[in-house]
Design a protein around this ligand. Structure first.
Ligand code: GLC
Ligand code: MG
Length: 238
């Protein structure tokens, strides 16, 4: 058994023909479990799955690895929720960050993912976020993507952690997992010890300094980059 854990926006999607090529390739390999690992929430995921006619995954990991859904009925894995919920208080968190300049709340907020827009001064604002949350004892992670989106999530959550949780449940080795991504919220996923491919159209925050040396940098864009990574690692070989 193998696990393909892929980001959705601009990794799986972006080039329809390449996506269909990936689906055709995977259809010949039934031993691959598929997880979509996204910053989107579940409803937004259903929207893009419908709009782009994406195949149904075996796992849906939403809101930057703070929610795990499994199976065709997308049951929420409450054990994961309990695992990441350690003295998490989103209202207190929110209040603590309310007066930080340049940080604007996103319109949709979720229990374990508080999200903001940050367009400038990230080098000052992110340390200030850590300082304020450490002062009130909230164990957290800051995930910054595309020079615009900033998510604050529990320390035990995240795309990499959530995929590793699923991996352990499937009882497979880290190197039987292929991770694919294109932007900042994929850094943890691509650094978690799995096989990892960065698609050619990646954002500038994904660079050699941000990622381990053995990450594969595909030349091809979007899903064609995933296919290139699959071939590079021989991921589908028995
Ligand atoms: C998605 C989410 C947004 C988040 C971003 C980066 O676009 O909708 O809330 O900030 O991913 O993780
Ligand atoms: Mg993406």
């Amino acid at each position: 058994m193998k696990l393909l854990a892929t980001d959705v926006d601009n990794t799986l999607t972006g080039d329809r023909a390449a996506y269909l090529g990936l689906v055709a390739l995977l259809s010949m390999h039934r031993d691959v479990t598929i997880a979509y690992v996204t910053g989107r929430d579940k409803i937004q995921m259903f929207e893009i799955m419908a709009a782009e006619c994406l195949r149904e995954p075996d796992y849906l990991l939403c809101n930057v690895g703070t929610e795990v859904y499994e199976g065709l009925d997308y049951r929420r894995d409450d054990a994961w929720t309990r695992h990441i919920d350690r003295q998490w208080d989103r209202l207190e968190l929110h209040q603590a960050l309310a007066t930080i300049p340049h940080l604007f709340q996103q319109s949709r907020q979720f229990e374990f993912k508080q999200s903001y827009h940050l367009f400038r001064k990230a080098d000052v604002v992110i340390p200030e976020i850590h300082k304020r949350l450490n002062e009130i004892g909230i164990e957290h992670k800051v995930v910054y993507s595309s020079g615009t989106d900033l998510d604050v999530i529990p320390k035990r959550a995240g795309k990499g952690e959530a995929v590793d949780y699923v991996r352990k449940r499937l009882r497979i080795r880290p190197r039987s997992v292929l991770a694919a991504g294109d932007s900042g919220n994929d850094i943890e996923l691509l650094s978690a010890g799995f096989l990892a491919v960065v698609v050619g159209n990646h954002k500038s925050e994904l660079n050699a300094d941000a990622l381990p040396d053995d990450v594969y940098w595909a030349r091809e864009n979007y899903a064609a980059g995933i296919i290139e990574g699959i071939k590079h690692f021989g991921f589908l070989k028995p």
